[in-house]
Design a protein around this ligand. Structure first.
Ligand SMILES: [Zn+2]
Length: 414
């Protein structure tokens, strides 16, 4: 068969890495069926005419679910299985992982309409790339399948984290791609317990570790059963699991710390908000030249009701919301009033000091290397007191107005 002579799992021989599921499911290509093997077969012709190479070689990767897809005919599924068994195509739980790995290590061009946003953090070369990705498109005159080069989008922080989470949930079986409903919310919003009492993930003493509260890992879902990923035992439902939101604090472009906000909890963020608040004093100083000096001790308070995040400005210099969707805009938070935020909103405390709301809902991001522990707070306070003496400014202990002529707005806290 003609197609087979173009299939190769030798990365050195292959010219293109092809996302088979994506090509076979792209609706506007040469077929009215939801999934069609003919699209992949036609794509090979499209690649031949694009490269003007009769011997073009394709490294084809399929999601395992494609081989079970009932929308394909028995014949089509048998062909895929046969190619797989003869080592002509690769079958992976998540084909995307493999495709990006191939592109990264071998420089192969990837044929897919996927935007690979969840990979943009690990592979910074993807965003904006214009020479390693091709889009399957209708062939000349609408006949067959062709390819055209594409420029990869540069996703926002919120979008990257949302997409990354999708990938993780998919791996755990907790994302329903075929049903189109996305995360299995009903299961992800329950608290689970492992029959093994000392299970590190779902055991009885989980939550007593003091690592940011009783954050529950994501259980595994296979064939209608919720399982412990460590012990492969059926987990026991022990009640509702309240959804939280993750917020990251970014100073001068680097995420420095992150925290979770639980339902009905109010979290104050500022230089030194006190109580259970999130202190940025390790990275933001009253004596800073830049925006840091405009951050109040308690600058903004966040509240999460399980679905919506609200923010209230409690600062001296004000708080700005930077909104990206549906259209970019910026506005000031009215002091002392809670306002509802939208996904993707950034809370700007001062130039270069921002709170970013993660797009993730269920699996929260791990701290990165940049998130070093802040210097000792006592040292920081001594330093700030010293700077105040040097500048001989008689203001509140920690809030140095950057211009003496600023109108004196009262602070509602601190
Ligand atoms: Zn377990």
């Amino acid at each position: 068969m003609g197609t087979e002579s173009h299939l190769s799992l030798d990365p050195a021989a292959a010219d293109f890495a092809v996302d088979m599921s994506n090509v076979m499911k792209t609706a506007d290509l040469c077929s009215s069926r939801p999934v069609d093997l003919a699209r992949f077969v036609s794509l090979i012709d499209g690649l031949i005419s694009h490269t003007r190479d009769e011997t073009v070689q394709v490294y084809a990767v399929a999601d395992a679910s494609l081989l079970r897809d009932r929308r394909l005919s028995d014949n089509e599924r048998a062909t895929l299985r046969n190619w797989y068994q003869r080592g002509l195509i690769e079958v992976m739980d998540v084909a995307d992982d493999r495709l990006i790995e191939l592109a990264d290590t071998t420089g192969q061009a990837v044929v897919s309409r996927d935007n690979y946003k969840e990979y943009c953090r690990s592979y910074p070369w993807i965003a904006g790339n214009s020479d390693r990705f091709f889009r399957p498109c209708p062939g000349p005159g609408g006949v067959g399948v062709g390819v055209e080069p594409r420029v990869m989008p540069t996703p926002g922080e919120w979008e990257i984290s949302r997409k990354e989470e999708e990938g993780l949930l998919l791996g755990a079986g907790m994302y329903d791609r075929s049903g189109g409903t996305g995360p299995r919310r009903a299961l992800l919003s329950r608290r689970w317990s492992c029959p093994e009492a000392d299970c590190p993930l779902f055991g009885a003493d989980r939550g007593a570790r003091g690592d940011g509260g009783d954050y529950q890992p994501v259980p595994k879902y296979r064939h209608g059963v919720v399982l412990c990923p460590t012990h492969q035992l059926r987990l026991i439902d022990i009640g509702p699991y309240p959804r939280r939101v993750q917020v990251k604090a970014r100073v001068d472009g680097t995420v420095r710390t992150r925290f979770l906000v639980a339902p009905r909890q109010e979290v104050a963020v500022g230089r030194i908000p006190g109580g259970d608040g999130i202190a940025l004093a390790g990275w933001v100083h009253a004596g800073d030249e830049g925006g840091g000096s405009r951050v109040s001790r308690s600058h903004v308070t966040l509240r999460w009701d399980g679905w919506k995040l609200r923010a209230c400005d409690t600062s001296r210099n004000g708080t700005t919301i930077r909104r990206v969707r549906p259209a970019p805009e910026e506005f000031r938070l009215p002091p002392g009033e809670y306002r509802r935020l939208r996904p993707g909103d950034e809370i700007v405390l001062a130039d270069g000091v921002e709170l970013i709301v993660s797009g993730r809902e269920f699996i929260f991001e791990e701290a990165t290397e940049a998130e070093v522990p802040p210097p000792d707070l006592a040292d920081r306070l001594r330093e700030e007191a010293q700077q105040e003496t040097e500048f001989a400014l008689d203001s509140s202990l920690f809030d140095l107005p950057d211009r003496p002529s600023l109108p004196d707005r009262p602070e509602s806290s601190g």
